[in-house]
Design a protein around this ligand. Sequence first.
Ligand code: ADP
Length: 445
Amino acid sequence: MKLSTKIILFSSLFMLLLILLVNTSIYYLFQRTSMDRELDELTAEVNEMAGTLKDNPNIPEKELLEAFLPTEGMIRVIDENGDYLVQVTKKYPYTKLSANYSTTEKRNVQSMKNQPDFATVAKPIIWNNGDVVTLQVYKQLTGHASTMETLFYVLAVASFIMLAPTVAAGVFLSRFITKPVQELTETMKANVAGGKWEKITMDRRPKDELSEMEQTYNRMINHLKENFEKQEMFVSDASHELKTPISIIKSYAQLLKRRGYTDQNLLNESVEAINSEADRMQKLVEQMLLLAKNKEDASFERINIVELCRSIADTFKGAYNREIYVDAREEEIRISANADQVRQVVYILLDNALKYSEETVTVSIRQGTPYTFVSVEDNGPGIPADKQKSIFDRFYRLDKSRSRETGGTGLGLSIAAMIAKAHHGAITVSSEPGKGSVFTLRLPL
Ligand code: ADP
């Protein structure tokens, strides 16, 4: 069953039940009070009859009672044997109504088939022979019956009149609720079927749970789209980057196959090239894995960043035979970080500085609040201001041919930036073409 049908059905049924309950109560309450009033009136009449009978012993009882006879009714005088001493009525069928000899006053309502009910009052009186007899008067409730009938129709019509706005409100409510849900479903279906990233057009509605749902959906679509595009870009960039070394390796292998067995020089050159391209591929794959792996939570510990930088500088000095100057005012600056990841960042910055410059590289460590700064400065070619943001993008390289010579992959800075972000820090660059660059890693204490 549709949600809108459920809402309409539920609200209408609930309201119908409520109306029926209220109207039935009104009906029965009215019936009781009006019946009581009828019985009270009849009792007064019976009392008057008894008084007149008592005051006029000379007038025959039957005559006297005939004067009191209601148009639609009957009067009986019943002795203790149940015999009728007097019975006056204008309509024969009424004589079928039951009679009871009673020495106490009684009032009740008697029913007759296909007739309105009868109010009955029985009162004990002293008969002319000194016996105690029952004077019983019956009065058909014609006025009461027709009033009750009118009330029934009035209440029935009122119920329907009250129900109409309830159904209308149910329809309005169901539309109000189901419209955004339907839109959302339609948009999701269209997105799934067409591989699209469509969003919901937001109506200018007041802020409520439904508009919040729409907003959340739109934000989710934005987020998914962004991630999907990034992934797609990464995969295409990665495969593109891997294609070059693979085709170089393949062409050298084919060359070897044709002439390599005879030409010693070609053999050496090919093996050298294959080896260096394989190295490049290895580095690329390692860095890509690192990018993927870095999403995991790393454990933090207290590390001495000065000591860490000095040890990296020593390693690089030995490997590259280059001058690296470590400038630290204090020998111990402790921060909370993951040692391996911070080492990786300093490695990347130092590796770039050495790769892209020829003179001394300076690593300076400064403690501030609430951050510690590690800067790597070189006198290389520098980076134009408009490119300084892009160098942190994956696979972005300023000068592709130079980068190839230096074995760059374009992934180093994006890895470094990601690590810094995971440490609630950042990497900034300050550089001017021809004057060198300063890369600064900022880490919270
Ligand atoms: P790569 O592996 O190519 O070095 P990175 O992500 O580390 O990749 O750097 C991206 C680009 O930023 C490099 O290709 C280079 O053009 C530029 N770059 C990075 N560091 C320096 C630097 N110290 N001096 C000049 N250019 C740099």
